[in-house]
Design a protein around this ligand. Sequence first.
Ligand code: FAD
Length: 417
Amino acid sequence: MSETSSTPSDAGKDLGTVVIGGGLAAAHCVHELREGGYTKPVTLIASENQIPYERPPLSKEFLQGSKPAQDLEPFPASWYSKTDVDLRLGITAESIDPEAKTVTLSDKSSVGYENLVIATGCRSRVGGRDSNMTGWDLPGVHTLRSLEDAKAIKEQLVSGRHLVIIGAGWIGMEVGASARNAGVEVTVLTPDEVPLATVMGKDFGSHVAQLHIANGVRCHFGTGVTGIASDPNKGLMVQTATGAIAADAVLLAIGAVPNNELAVAAGLEVGSGVVTDEHLRSSDKSILAIGDIAEAYNTTLDRTMRVEHWDNAIRQGKLAAATILGREESYDWLPYFFTDQFDLGMEYVGDRGANDEAVVRGNMEKGEFIIFWLRKGVISAAMNVNIWDVNDHLRSMVGKTITVAELEDTSNDLMEL
Ligand SMILES: Cc1cc2nc3c(=O)[nH]c(=O)nc-3n(C[C@H](O)[C@H](O)[C@H](O)COP(=O)(O)OP(=O)(O)OC[C@H]3O[C@@H](n4cnc5c(N)ncnc54)[C@H](O)[C@@H]3O)c2cc1C
């Protein structure tokens, strides 16, 4: 928000912290720095021309009209100016020089740093360099990552229109539910047997599929898309191995790609994301990485992991600030996330492995249940579906040795397990 602009002549000055990215991780990082008493300069470089905002509602409440754009901001614009955070909106960081400790910006200025935090997040996977999907750039084909994207999709949610969603992951299924709630005809296409199968397994995937089918979503599972074409008479045509489906609008929801390029060009160690230690410091100790972009070492799970979830973005933003403030805190928490689709709300905590055994406690048909995942008799993850105020307890159960029978027996008090 400030009008000041740094130049290479910053060299030698009290440079402070520069954060690249205007998402949730970045916002919480700069907030925690100031809350923690950091008095040096703080600069936030944000490509989007928009105060940092929360993305989860973009596929849910925002699309459904129950949460307006101004309610998405974790901190109001006034907070950044009041706390002297130099918020540069609509400016992209183009390169990092780790030797000179400077970042070159799209307005041709550069800014020097003592600590640099990379929080560039992800972008939607499309065609071209990301996948072999053709027709992804046709008018009427949408992706959903930003508020601008969500506004464009919202305009398409007119009762009776037909939205074809390619991909049955979290965003595809959430938008499917929001669109149905608006009276839109929805078709979901995925090569997988059920939605969310790779992330949550078949039990929960089948449950989500039934929920969507019951609400009128046309689900074409086991149906891969070969491309999208535009027919002058029929409009958009989504092509599958078995035929083509006409659509008024298409949502391409085939995953996200980390914005790693800056870090790669700067010579940092990059795997699935920017590799960091448990304090979120990268292979260059003056540069940290947080949120969706970070492949960080988790001390509890004893491995690096990259997590694309809201809770992680907030916590890692705060942790990076703690590291800069000299507090000895570590990345030690278990992944957590949530979703809302139709009347299903769920929270997940833990580290489910693809081969872990799923144990259902409660009544899936009634829609209120908990799934535990067991690895060699030890709880690796748990998920509460339409049962509330239990997730902290489930978190405490992860790592516990327990039998299937104990978990399934609902006459056992969950809180005693
Ligand atoms: C539609 C949607 C729904 C979601 N729903 C859920 C949910 O229900 N539950 C859940 O747990 N998670 C959800 N998520 C995931 C969650 O929102 C992300 O994990 C979180 O936003 C990650 O925050 P981040 O700050 O790391 O990255 P991002 O939010 O991706 O922010 C990165 C920012 O950096 C900017 N940027 C990139 N490169 C540069 C550059 N070179 N210079 C300057 N700026 C740059 C980008 O423009 C972007 O604004 C959802 C995500 C989306 C898109």
